[in-house]
Design a protein around this ligand. Structure first.
Ligand code: DX5
Ligand code: ZN
Length: 214
């Protein structure tokens, strides 16, 4: 599975509808919506009203990446806003099983995200419950940073765990992805490359997506 997600954090928000169309026409598979709360990460980005508008305006799968504390408080709201998948941070909860149950209760795909410094072994005991794992490869919450090389080892380990346990969750990598390193991340085991600046700030978005899928 070779997928590309467009993170609208780097889109032109004054032209969000057009940006979604641009991502769709370029061949992106998913729209990635970054939600922050100013606590879990020191940035404020989008909330559920934008999420609702985005979900209603695209035919692509919509992935919500919750970079917030106490994510359980907002599962119902983002499900109601129309997200197809909801991904919480492992570091933000002591009760992942409960959260996953809640997400699935709403009929959504359940994802777990990891900060660059959190080992993949931390989620080993509930990997069989999730539909996707998102490995963040930059300081969480901001676009336009450089890929942290230590995440390569995590991708490899996670892909190996998936194989050993005969599981089928999707592996996503988020942050610092570009046409120069995308292919190498795929070879390590990534299914879905998530990118903000590489997509929306690229001169030729179609060519960028084509290269990332090659
Ligand atoms: C970072 C966000 C990413 C961000 C990636 O924490 O979760 O989704 O948009 O941006 P780029 O692709 O610019 O690194
Ligand atoms: Zn993200």
């Amino acid at each position: 599975m070779k997928q590309v997600s467009a993170s609208i954090l780097s889109a032109n928000w004054l032209k969000l509808g057009e940006e979604l169309k641009r991502a769709e026409e370029a061949g992106c598979d998913c729209i990635h919506v970054d939600i922050t709360d100013g606590h879990f990460v020191s940035n404020l980005t989008m909330g559920m009203d934008i999420t609702r508008a985005v979900c209603g305006a695209t035919n692509l799968r919509t992935d919500v990446h919750l970079m917030i504390e106490e994510p359980g408080r907002f599962i119902a709201a983002f499900a109601d806003a129309g997200a197809d998948s909801i991904t919480f941070h492992h570091e933000a909860t002591a009760h992942p099983f409960e959260l996953i149950r809640e997400i699935k209760k709403h009929g959504k795909l359940a994802g777990v995200a990891l900060d660059p410094a959190t080992p993949v072994e931390a989620i080993e005991h509930y990997l069989d419950q999730v539909d996707l794992v998102l490995l963040v490869a930059v300081c969480v919450g901001f676009g336009g940073q450089k890929f942290i090389d230590a995440v390569d080892e995590k991708i490899k380990r996670l892909a190996k765990m998936r194989e050993d346990k005969d599981l089928h969750f999707e592996i996503q990598v988020d942050g610092g992805i570009n046409t120069g390193n995308g292919a190498e991340k795929r070879q390590l085991g990534v299914d879905n490359l998530v990118g903000g600046s590489m997509i929306f700030l690229s001169e030729d978005i179609k060519d960028t997506v084509r290269l990332l899928k090659a």
